[in-house]
Design a protein around this ligand. Structure first.
Ligand SMILES: [Zn+2]
Length: 269
């Protein structure tokens, strides 16, 4: 009986884009191909989009599928690839794109009543509202006219997934975006809130902290892409390459009213 000699050709390249998320994608060889696994060390789900380039391997899912890895999962099965013809060589390479959250999610709690992002009894003006023409064009974000050092309080319960607080510079152009001190909090309905331009070392919470609505989380500032002291706030669903920012309802006047905030309006908590 003649034995077939197989030439096994392996090429494994993993190119990780958006590598600022603490997620690892890796593979193990199985009897008939490969199994792809992922570790997620973040405090929120993370989505991974995988683009495979293969020779003589069958993908179990459509190429470029998005997989959601739950927080703190180790070795979560992602997908598999099977050798089509075992007598021939096979090749696998892939690139992965990662981002926070379940990027396939399109429902969220639209009726949730958010708190204003400052201390009880305080009142501040919304300098720039949703889709504002200064810098919120096509963006559902709010700028509160808060002096440097004003208390910033959580608008909703959640878990802190990102804190950047070391920067101490600002300018009015996009180049300064990298100096935005900010906190990102993940909410139970899959949305996130980002609180931006905080003063240097102005975050009083750390990654992994569980936060209650109304809790002090930091102090406002004027860092990053900013022309004056203010707090930039946005609530969003994360997509693979961008954010879908959302308009949300806020409680005002000691909870006696619930409304959408408007540009130039002054609101008391
Ligand atoms: Zn803004």
């Amino acid at each position: 009986m003649m034995k077939t000699i197989c030439t096994i050709l392996l090429l494994l390249i993993s190119l990780v884009l958006h590598a600022n998320h603490d997620v690892k994608v890796y593979y193990e060889k199985s009897d008939n191909g490969y199994i792809i696994y992922a570790d997620n060390n973040e405090y929120c789900p993370v989505s991974i989009q995988l683009e495979f380039t293969v020779t003589n391997l069958r993908l179990h899912d459509q190429n470029n599928s998005v997989y959601v890895i739950q927080p703190h999962q180790k070795k979560q099965l992602v997908t598999q690839l099977t050798v089509i013809d075992k007598r021939k060589g096979y090749k696998l390479s892939y690139t992965s794109l990662t981002n926070y959250g379940d990027t396939t999610k399109d429902t969220y709690d639209q009726e949730y009543h958010y708190d204003l992002p400052f201390a009880k009894g305080a009142s501040f003006q919304v300098d720039q509202g949703y889709n504002g023409t200064f810098s919120h064009y096509t963006k559902n974000a709010l700028d509160f006219d808060m002096p440097i050092g004003s208390e910033v309080h959580a608008i909703r319960d959640g878990i802190v997934v990102k804190v950047v607080k070391q920067h101490n510079q600002n300018c009015g152009t996009k180049e300064c975006k990298q100096y935005n001190n900010h906190i990102i909090i993940y909410h139970s309905d899959g949305t996130f809130a980002e609180y931006t331009h905080l003063k240097q070392n102005g975050a009083t919470v750390a990654i992994g902290d569980s936060i209650r609505q109304g809790q002090l989380i930091g102090y406002s500032g004027n860092t990053g892409w900013s022309t004056g002291p203010h707090l930039h706030l946005e609530v969003f669903l994360q997509r693979m390459r961008k954010r879908e920012t959302l308009q949300t309802k806020f409680k005002v006047n000691n909870g006696t009213k619930v409304l959408f905030l408007k540009e130039k309006g002054t609101y008391k908590k």
